[in-house]
Design a protein around this ligand. Structure first.
Ligand code: UD1
Length: 432
């Protein structure tokens, strides 16, 4: 089992190149099978979630060819299977985007129900409501969602909750429906805009993505395209808060600063300096951090995917901070791990009350999920002594070469598999 061993205490300093956005890539890869022509996608992050979705796409008969680690060519003209195997959905929930993509293109799709996950129950009622509104018959039978339609017709739909996944799934199906669909109370995340731009580059007619009303004029066919995925704002944010927690000076490069505004403004409130340029953001923090209060919200609010990283940083700030998680109910599972490192956090319902500590100290901790895992790495980088982060398989789902990028900023971190390797790391870092 791979783990990270970290010797904390070094401020992170330098520049780091941010990869393509995982969550944008997942929507775009699913949508790429909606044409019979060849699609080339650049700037894919080299992370396990992307690899699994590509396997799922191959599994239904599409042709997938890697041109390099970050570029893939997909041709969906020979899709033979409109039903997805459980093994994919078990590994990555977002393979349910194939539901909207296949329904739009073939008017038929079957995907096993994804169920809950480590961060919450995760219902999909809004996805199904959208497919039904487009005229599809949707059944849940034998643990799967089966959906089919003789024709999909445009509709006026009001989402009851703001959902990234439902907006993506329904937008894909509606892109190939007959007539106009209006989605109200749609999610506004940058990856919704990226997917709409991608579909438009294939000949779709989608307007308003990035606002809460999306207008989609259905088209009967989509065509070939070449497309570059946007940078990952959560990966960028993770490095920005790692800079803050370690009192470092880090420039995240290849980013869209506008996507990072909710994070930048919190860092400024906490006493860091943030400098933006065209495609980079520099964060440097020299003094003791100040407390602040956060409530996670849909974009452009503070992202739930950054809640663990800011909480770890606040665990080292002056004063008391209140963090309210309003999106997923199980997103404080890392708190017990962080407490082992000396953090003073009390969770009541969906709120964490964080009293800043002078320092954290290294411990053996385990990642409960992807973003919490990254947050525990930040804690290890800021802590005194050695930290072992277990279950890093979660981190590898969404962070490309995480330890290498951190090493390039001066972090002492290594991926290890055995006790012997941990011992060797400790000997080496004690000697230096
Ligand atoms: C996506 C992101 C995830 C991020 C989340 C919120 C991807 C692959 N994943 O997840 O990283 O944390 O957005 O920004 O992009 N809900 C319903 N009914 C539904 C759908 C959702 O009640 O049919 C609720 C959920 O329980 C949750 C809220 O809506 O409370 C938001 O969920 P949603 O935006 O759908 O998250 P995901 O798309 O699953």
């Amino acid at each position: 089992m791979e783990r990270y061993i970290i010797k904390g205490g070094n401020p992170l300093v330098g520049e780091v190149e941010i990869s393509g956005a995982k969550n944008a890539a997942l929507g775009i890869l699913a949508a790429s099978i909606m044409t019979d022509e060849t699609v080339t996608i650049y700037n894919l992050p080299d992370v396990s979630d992307v690899k699994v979705l590509l396997q799922a796409i191959q599994g239904i008969g599409a042709h997938v060819e890697y041109l390099d680690r970050h570029t893939v060519r997909i041709n969906g003209s020979n899709i033979s299977e409109l039903s997805l195997d459980y093994e994919y959905i078990k590994k990555i929930r977002a393979s349910y985007y194939l539901l909207g993509a296949l329904l739009g293109k073939y008017k038929k799709a079957e995907v096993p129900l994804p169920g809950g996950c480590n961060i919450g129950t995760r219902p999909i009622d809004q996805h199904l409501k959208g497919f039904r509104a487009l005229g599809a018959d949707v059944r849940i039978e034998y643990g799967s969602i089966s959906t089919s339609a003789t024709r999909l017709t445009g509709t006026h739909l009001y989402f009851d909750v703001v959902s990234v996944g439902a907006t993506i799934n329904v937008m894909m199906a509606a892109a190939m429906a007959e007539g106009t669909t209006i989605l109200e109370n749609a999610a506004k995340e940058p990856h919704i805009v990226d997917l709409a731009n991608f579909l438009n580059s294939m000949g779709a007619n989608i307007k308003g993505a990035g606002t809460d009303v999306i207008r989609i004029k259905g088209v009967s066919r989509l065509h070939r395209t070449e497309y570059t995925v946007i940078p990952d704002q959560i990966e960028a944010g993770t490095f920005m808060f790692a800079a803050a927690a370690t009192k470092g000076d880090v420039t995240v490069k290849n980013v869209i600063p506008k996507h990072l505004e909710a994070l930048s403004s919190k860092l400024i409130e906490m006493g860091c300096q943030v400098e933006e340029s065209d495609d980079a953001v520099r964060v440097y923090c020299k003094n003791k951090l100040r407390n602040t209060h956060i409530k996670t919200l849909p974009y452009p609010g503070f992202p739930t995917d950054m809640q663990p990283q800011i909480s770890v940083t606040l665990a080292l700030a002056n004063g008391t901070s209140i963090v309210t998680e309003s999106i997923f109910e199980n997103r404080f599972r890392y708190v017990d791990e962080l407490t082992k490192m000396g953090a003073r956090i009390k969770v009541e319902g969906n709120t964490a009350i964080i009293t800043g500590a002078d320092h954290l100290s290294g411990a053996i901790v385990s990642s409960p999920d992807l973003r919490a895992g990254a947050a525990l790495v930040i804690a290890g980088l800021a802590a005194e002594g050695y930290t072992v982060v277990e279950d890093i398989v979660y981190i590898q789902r969404g962070y490309e070469r995480f330890e290498e990028k951190l090493q390039s900023l001066g972090a002492e971190i290594e991926k290890v598999s055995t006790e012997k390797e941990i011992y060797k790391f400790q000997l080496k870092s004690n000697a230096s």
